[in-house]
Design a protein around this ligand. Sequence first.
Ligand SMILES: *Cc1c(COP(=O)(O)O)cnc(C)c1O
Length: 239
Amino acid sequence: MGDGREQALAASLQHMRDRIDLACAEAGRDSSEVHLIVVTKTWPVDDVRRLADLGVRDMGENRDQEAKAKAAATPDLDITWHFIGQLQTNKANSVARYADVIHSVDRPELVAALERGAERADRTLTCLIQVDLEDGAARGRGGAAPSEVAALARAIEEAPHLRLGGIMGVAPLDEGDQPVASAAAFARLAHIHRELLADHPGASILSAGMSGDLEQAVAAGATHLRVGSAVLGDRPPLG
Ligand SMILES: *Cc1c(COP(=O)(O)O)cnc(C)c1O
């Protein structure tokens, strides 16, 4: 589009790629192992087009209605759509039509609903198991308990239209020292990922890290970063 917004996005994207390269260098990792997903939630479809012009192929969304509209408006772009939000079972059928990777698979009913939707749409969906990284009392706001991961992995593997891609986690918010809290959470996630890989060697994706903690995620072995505000700016208030 070549407008001022595209120039601003080009600059913030370059800054982000430099930040990822630096994080990889510090972690002794190759940048080619780390994929950037730009989270376009709340931003208009024109930004999706601008990002695609700038070479971004992986976009993340967290609400079905918004994601569906953006996917429908961009059939000409070769985008991989990542669904990263909590997913109600009754939305699984809709999401199965356009999403390529679902990062938030956290319960057996959702596995079954996604399989039905994928079969109907004649598609194969890559599923990541979202692991709840909160401790104790805060648990339950999305994400499977670590003890539930193995059974969910089996259920996904047994579903003909689903492919087990790996796992995903969001570090709990910490008012004290977020980098330290994120590093601890991602270390737990990486441990759970290694256990998963022992039984499912193809489940190579470790989706972790956002604008504020991607360095800690890269250090812990993340393969996919989900970055919104650091590329697109602070999200406009909803509504
Ligand atoms: C919004 C969101 C992100 C991106 O967060 P930023 O802080 O804007 O980078 C990543 N993951 C999930 C699950 C999200 O909902």
